[in-house]
Design a protein around this ligand. Structure first.
Ligand code: FAD
Length: 426
């Protein structure tokens, strides 16, 4: 079958690989000059099914107010007159109940665990290398209150069979020896040994090469302007060059997906939530992290990627703006020097921002749509790298007419349709 994929971030590229492997004729349309040049470029590098959870949870509205008042705040909301942002925010608030949190988390963990397994298989099949490590994630707590608060998370980890270890000082220094230099700052840690790390950009670039070897064609520098439909099927993709036609189409445009889907009657609540990262060359490896550390206070992740450290985090609601704000860099510099003093010189760090394609319920939109020849793979929010391989596998199965290996209930856009006129929702 001829399949056109819109977007060559980690999601579009992973779909391209699996679809090409399944024998389809794949063409990928991408406005940038290479894969993974937007949100998939410099994320925090965690492949973290253990940490898969929606941001919307019980107690979050109150915490959000406190976060906004902190000096190195993990959350910034710019007072904008963007109705889409306020609608998205209201919907996120509605997801902050115990029941919604548990439902959303279960959906996310289902895809994330499957995805991590697909990634391992992909690595074994292809030998792809991307500064990967399989040494888990360590969530660090500065206060006893934070440590005590893990009870609920642990219950959920147990419920989904996710391996975890609760560590005291000696325990976390055992897995991250460089933390010995700052041990007085932390009371304990939660380790998720099944998590992995790796450079999403390198992975995507190399997977695109593998997809090309399987026959996929990547068309870079192509600006997609509109999706055309005759009311019952998608008939083509209008670009700044020509109308591109195929048997079926897959939208993987990250935060930009809803803008192109709306004119064909599909409304999905995906909104950009900006995050920042710095990438710092390691100067003293004995003082650097081994894997990923989550600083629970600042909600910042510090990850070892080969001979570099990636520090990523913060959530900023600022529309589609990619402006780099120095205050955010200050927070990332602060966390790195606070946790790993002497590991690297933050002045040499490369500063970056990206727009997480977030849904209010945290779960991505993966699967079919109201059009029989249109598929959606977007809204992966904070976990697009974690969920990419599983998303690609699921999409290849669906397009090939096979049942995916995981239950798709609650992952597709159908969950937003309830009670809404069909023509307005996917
Ligand atoms: C600071 C930060 C830290 C993060 N850390 C992690 C992490 O540790 N682990 C994790 O799992 N996830 C993480 N994420 C999330 C992850 O990076 C995203 O979920 C993922 O990159 C989304 O991939 P995507 O392919 O959907 O979007 P993108 O990478 O944005 O790809 C969409 C593509 O569509 C193209 N496009 C858009 N519009 C058009 C158009 N009109 N015409 C042509 N092309 C178009 C874009 O150029 C882009 O290449 C983080 C994100 C941020 C910002």
């Amino acid at each position: 079958m001829k399949v056109t994929i819109l977007g060559s971030g980690v999601i579009g590229t992973t779909c391209a690989y699996y679809l090409a492997k399944a024998g389809h004729q794949v063409t990928v349309l991408e406005r940038q000059s290479a894969p993974a040049m937007e949100t998939s470029f410099a994320n925090a590098g965690e492949v973290s099914p253990g940490y898969s959870a929606p941001w919307a949870g019980p107690g979050v509205p109150l915490k959000a107010v406190k976060w906004m008042l902190m000096h190195h705040s993990p959350l910034v909301i710019w007072p904008m007159l963007d109705p889409a942002m306020w609608r998205w925010g209201a919907s996120m608030l509605r997801n902050c109940t115990e029941a919604r949190y548990a439902l959303n988390k279960a959906r996310m963990v289902r895809l994330a665990e499957y995805s991590r397994d697909c990634l391992r298989e992909l690595r074994a099949d292809t030998g792809i290398q991307y500064d990967e490590r399989s040494q888990g994630t360590l969530q660090l707590f500065r206060t006893q209150q934070q440590l005590d608060g893990t009870g609920k998370d642990i219950e959920i980890l147990q419920q989904y069979g996710v391996a975890y270890e609760l560590l005291d000082r000696a325990g976390y220094i055992g897995v991250e020896p460089a933390l010995a230099h700052v041990q007085e700052k932390f009371v304990g840690a939660l380790r998720l040994p099944g998590d992995e790390t790796g450079d999403c950009f390198k992975f995507t670039q190399r997977l695109a090469e593998l997809a090309q070897r399987l026959g996929a064609k990547f068309r870079f520098g192509v600006n997609i302007q509109a999706i055309h439909s005759d009311g019952s099927r998608i008939t083509g993709i209008m670009t700044d060059r020509k109308l591109q036609q195929a048997d079926c189409y897959l939208v993987a445009l990250g935060s930009h997906s809803p803008l192109l889907l709306r004119p064909v009657g599909i409304r999905i609540p995906v909104y950009p939530v900006k995050g920042y990262s710095i990438t710092v060359p390691i100067e003293d490896a004995s003082r650097a992290p081994e894997s990923t550390i989550m600083d629970e206070t600042h909600k910042v992740a510090v990850t070892r990627l080969g001979d570099r450290i990636r520090v990523g985090g913060t959530a900023e609601l600022a529309g589609y703006s990619n402006t780099l704000r120095e205050a955010r860099r200050g927070t990332l510099n602060h966390v790195l020097t606070d946790l790993f003093p002497g590991a690297g010189d933050v002045a040499k760090g490369q500063f970056w921002s990206g727009l997480r394609p977030m849904t209010p319920d945290g779960t991505p939109v993966v699967g079919d749509s109201i059009y029989p020849n249109l598929y959606l793979a977007t809204g992966h929010g904070t976990l697009g790298w974690t969920m990419a391989a599983g998303t690609g596998r699921v999409m290849a199965d669906l397009v090939s007419g096979r049942a995916p290996e995981i239950d798709m209930d609650g992952l597709t856009a159908a969950r937003y349709r309830q009670g809404a006129p069909r023509r307005h929702m996917a």
